[in-house]
Design a protein around this ligand. Structure first.
Ligand code: ADP
Length: 427
């Protein structure tokens, strides 16, 4: 089983390959169909002009009519013979049928130049369509032109054949498309697998390394705590300062390893899904009042707009961590004398959790990146505030663990809104 980003990438690559193959197949089908059709048409045009010459010679020799009675009756082949300047009709073989009448009423569309042809598309009053190839050529007796012979060939058969060919081509294209989709899927998998394997190894390494670091860190923290609490110790001021530094850095390191472990678990989709009922109102009020003390220290005002009786299924510890991350960020990136608002409410089947601040805000470019691991807009500022660049990655993992979503919006006139939507029940 691949992890989510790769699943998504594979789906996107498959869709891309399928779209490319689909477009290519369609272009090939369209080109093949157009080519076949134009070849047939060019061939028929040439043939019809040649036939007119042939029928003209026979007319001169024996006055044999160009079309047989059967051809006129079925409307397969019709003819119209006029003198050289077109003022007199020598022979009208358009017949008495609807096709002949239609051709007559479209006389203006007939080809005008000798030895040319034209496709005529007509529709009778009762909706019947007629498609004829019309050509005109001179009838020559010795070296004198005695007339102009128009011949009309019914193209219905060719149109039907062309539609059948197109249908067949499209069926083949559809089958080819499915094969191409499968091929695209296979190709995407083949391309992504090595990257995914490398990524999995890297994840495993992070998970193992952070797990292995926990015990030595815990021992270090205990040792440092022991040193700090040892009343008989005769440590110099410098040593005491070093012990304090050790304590704060080991705290920081242990937070980092905990966060890395949680993220590694979330990558492997093994973050547990809790179905316990959590009293969100109580949880938010508890976290907000704890954070209020910190806010007051930083001369910030933390306002609470928390609806009563809000409950949802979830992991209480993780949800409390989510709130702390968002509120902590709001405080870290706000200046003194500004207000932070925590608003929690139920909207239909979801809980909406909003943390608004009036701080420095986040540019549109950075909004895309702040959920990336170790991304910090201002590294120096974030570090000085104790930031590791993992808070929002963790927040995102927690929100996803609960089947929700998180967005960053601009607060007007300044600041940021972190907008979290969580379903109240686990699916
Ligand atoms: P950090 O531990 O550095 O705060 P986060 O993952 O929590 O890491 O946040 C990533 C970056 O997003 C921060 O370094 C900061 O630049 C930016 N950021 C997060 N929240 C806010 C906020 N409320 N206002 C302004 N910038 C923020």
């Amino acid at each position: 089983m691949w992890n989510k980003p790769f699943e998504k990438l594979r789906r996107r690559m498959t869709c891309l390959y399928a779209a490319i193959f689909g477009a290519l197949i369609l272009v090939i089908v369209a080109a093949a169909y157009t080519f076949i059709w134009w070849e047939i048409l060019a061939h028929e045009k040439e043939n019809l002009v040649a036939q007119i010459y042939h029928e003209g010679e026979e007319w001169v020799e024996s006055e044999e009519a160009p079309c047989s009675e059967a051809a006129i009756r079925s409307g397969k082949m019709l003819a119209y013979f006029v003198n050289a300047d077109g003022s007199k009709v020598i022979l009208n073989q358009l017949g008495t049928g609807e096709a002949g009448q239609e051709l007559m009423s479209h006389k203006d569309d007939w080809p005008k130049k000798l030895n040319t042809s034209r496709l005529l598309r007509m529709q009778s009053a009762n909706g019947v369509r007629y498609r004829y190839l019309a050509a005109v050529a001179p009838v020559i007796d010795g070296d004198k032109q005695v007339g102009r012979l128009y011949m009309f060939k019914n193209m219905e058969f060719y149109y039907h054949a062309a539609y059948k060919t197109l249908f067949l081509l499209l069926c083949m294209a559809l089958i080819l498309y499915f094969v191409a989709c499968y091929f695209g899927y296979w190709l995407a998998e083949r391309n992504i697998r090595p990257i995914s394997n490398m990524y999995a190894k890297q994840q495993q390494f992070t998970a193992d390394a952070s797990h292995e670091m926990r015990t030595p860190l815990a021992v270090m923290k205990l040792a440092v705590q022991g040193l700090q609490e040892d009343e008989d110790s005769r440590l110099s001021d410098f040593a005491k300062e070093s012990v304090n530094m050790l304590q704060s850095e080991s705290e920081r390191l242990s937070r980092l390893t905990e966060n890395l472990m949680t993220l590694a678990r979330s990558d492997e989709n093994i973050l547990p899904v809790y179905t316990a009922q959590v009293d969100i109102t109580a949880l938010c009020k508890k976290v907000a009042s704890q954070m209020s003390l910190l806010a007051a220290e930083k001369k910030l005002q933390l306002k609470q707009e928390i609806q009563d009786n809000l409950v949802m299924q979830g992991d209480e510890m993780a949800l409390s961590r989510l709130l702390i991350i968002l509120l902590d960020n709001a405080m870290k990136y706000s200046s003194e004398q500004t207000q932070i608002t925590l608003r929690v409410a139920k909207v239909k089947t979801h809980l909406v959790l909003e943390v608004r601040d009036e701080g420095c805000g986040i540019s549109d470019d950075d909004k895309q990146k702040i959920f990336d691991r170790f991304f910090r807009v201002d590294k120096a500022r974030s570090r000085s505030q104790g930031g590791l660049g993992l808070g929002l990655s963790l927040a995102l993992a927690i929100v996803r663990q609960h089947g929700g979503s998180i967005k960053v919006l601009d607060n007007k006139p300044r600041g940021t809104i972190m907008y979290v939507k969580l379903p109240t029940t686990v699916k």
